[in-house]
Every structure is written in structure tokens, then in C-alpha cells.
Ligand binder design. Structure first.
Ligand SMILES: Nc1ncnc2c1ncn2[C@@H]1O[C@H](COP(=O)(O)OP(=O)(O)OP(=O)(O)O)[C@@H](O)[C@H]1O
Ligand SMILES: [Mg+2]
Length: 243
């Protein structure tokens, strides 16, 4: 199959149908804008499985996503979209760059979910945009920006509730959206421990509770087992495993 694009975590292939792409999830991991590189064994399969499960669950709640099906455990067929070059981040608890840039202490519960738009541009280091910069860049219409904001908040509500039922706190996450050939706005890319901060509610220790890519970023060890833990709880909650 013709390779359309190889990113840091996934490879996109064309299919016979121009409206459908095949995404191959890789074990490769990068952090700090690819300055740190490594592999997380089994990550491709785990992220594909978790993403698929969450996309289907969100679909059942009325959120339109690019998900079609999984022909293989590391492969997802998706609707081809033109990605809006924005990373839509929702934060419930202060962590990561929010702490570095504002001085907020990691773990501070935010008074309301914070929706942020970052420019999806590796050369520029994915900078945080202001609302006026967003308007000037014209990467989406003002109506689409409104739509992205409200979709992001709705998805946050659903996912927060879902992860809580798995005894996991959804600290923050990054979403990507795109427009299909009919101009329909779809949730795209992936939702996984690579793109979410997830804290185990069964652990109090601030290092032990981390179940996401921060284990890799901060060399906390037991990266694979953290990803497996998330997969196991998500699938169990959805009734997709015996346990
Ligand atoms: N349904 C889709 N149609 C078209 N492109 C998509 C779709 N879903 C995701 N993508 C894009 O495919 C690429 C996925 O690869 P990956 O996540 O590895 O990228 P990345 O290394 O994070 O790089 P990038 O900075 O381009 O996101 C991303 O550029 C993402 O925006
Ligand atoms: Mg990516």
C-alpha cells in the first residue's frame, strides 16, 4: 500500500478508497518535540486498541469520529480528513507545560476545564495560540473554532466520566480534528496514553500514579505495564474482556 505520511507514532497508508486511510500504530515513542526518542514495547497495539474503544464509545454518545474499524490489532481504518493544524488541549488538573508556563503546582484542580489551542507545527514547537492569533491565522472559521471548543468540552465530560469509572483521573488530553470530503468535522488522530495524562486513583504517590507517556518523558520506568494497565481497565469497563 502507498505510504501517505510517516509520523512519530503512526504511519498513514492510502487504500483503494480515496475516502479511507489505514493507520499503522508504531511502538516508537518521542517526547519534547522528538528530542527524546525510544520505543515502548506493545504500545502500537495498545494505543490502537484503546483509541478504537474510545472512538466507538464516543460515537455511541453522538460524537462524530474518523474511526471505521481495526483490520489488525495495530491497524485502524479511518475516514480520510484534512487535519485542522491545531492541537486542541483540554486540562482538568494542572500538569506539564501549564505548570512550567504559569507556576501552578502540578496536581492543582482547575476551577473549570481549560481548553487551549496550540499550533500543530513541529518546527515552531507547537506554540500556544491566543484567540486573536487564532483569528489572524485563519486555520478555521470562527464558527468552527466555537464548534471545536464545545466539542472538546463535551468529549472531556464524557471521557472524564468514563475514566473515573475505571478509577483513572483524566488530567488533560490533546485532540485533533479534521474535515472530511463533505466538510463534516470529525474527531481524528488518536486518544491514548500517548495523548492523555492519566493518573491511577488507586495510588497516592505522584510518580506511581502516572499511567501515561509521562513515565517515558520523565524516565519513571514501568512504561509498558502502565499502558497495559490502562488498556485492561478500559476494555474491562466496556465489557470487551473477561475480567
Ligand atoms: N483521519 C485522518 N486523516 C488524515 N490524517 C490524519 C487522520 N488522523 C490522523 N491524521 C494525521 O496523521 C498523522 C499521524 O501520525 P503521528 O501521530 O505519528 O504524527 P506525529 O508524528 O504526531 O506528527 P504530526 O506533528 O504530523 O502530528 C498526524 O499528522 C495526524 O494529524
Ligand atoms: Mg501524533
Amino acid at each position: 500500500m502507498e505510504k501517505l505520511y510517516e509520523g512519530k507514532a503512526k504511519i498513514l497508508y492510502k487504500t483503494e478508497d480515496s475516502e479511507i486511510l489505514l493507520t499503522q500504530f508504531k511502538d516508537d515513542a518521542t517526547a519534547f518535540n522528538a528530542q527524546k526518542r525510544g520505543t515502548i514495547k506493545g504500545k502500537g497495539q495498545i494505543n490502537c486498541t484503546i483509541s478504537s474503544a474510545l472512538f466507538q464509545w464516543l460515537e455511541s454518545r453522538g460524537i462524530s469520529t474518523h474511526f471505521i474499524d481495526c483490520p489488525e490489532p495495530t491497524q485502524m481504518r479511518v475516514r480520510a480528513v484534512t487535519i485542522i493544524p491545531l492541537e486542541v488541549v483540554v486540562r482538568n488538573i494542572a500538569a506539564g507545560s501549564l505548570c512550567r508556563q504559569t507556576g501552578l503546582t502540578e496536581g492543582t484542580l482547575l476551577p473549570f476545564p481549560l481548553v487551549e489551542f496550540y499550533l500543530k507545527n513541529d518546527e515552531l514547537g507547537d506554540p500556544l495560540l491566543t484567540s486573536d492569533r487564532l483569528k489572524i491565522l485563519e486555520l478555521a472559521t470562527p464558527e468552527q473554532i466555537e464548534q471545536l471548543q464545545s466539542l472538546a468540552l463535551k468529549i472531556n465530560q464524557y471521557l472524564s466520566e468514563f475514566f473515573t469509572s475505571c478509577q483513572i483521573t483524566l488530567v488533560d488530553f490533546k485532540l485533533e480534528f479534521g474535515l472530511d470530503s463533505q466538510g463534516q468535522l470529525l474527531l481524528a488522530d488518536e486518544i491514548s496514553p500517548d495523548t492523555c495524562r492519566l493518573w491511577d486513583q488507586q495510588k497516592n504517590d505522584p510518580q506511581q500514579r502516572v499511567l501515561d507517556k509521562d513515565r517515558f518523558r520523565r524516565d519513571l520506568g514501568e512504561v509498558e505495564s502502565a499502558y497495559e494497565q490502562v488498556q485492561q481497565r478500559v476494555l474491562a469497563k466496556l465489557g470487551l474482556t473477561e475480567n
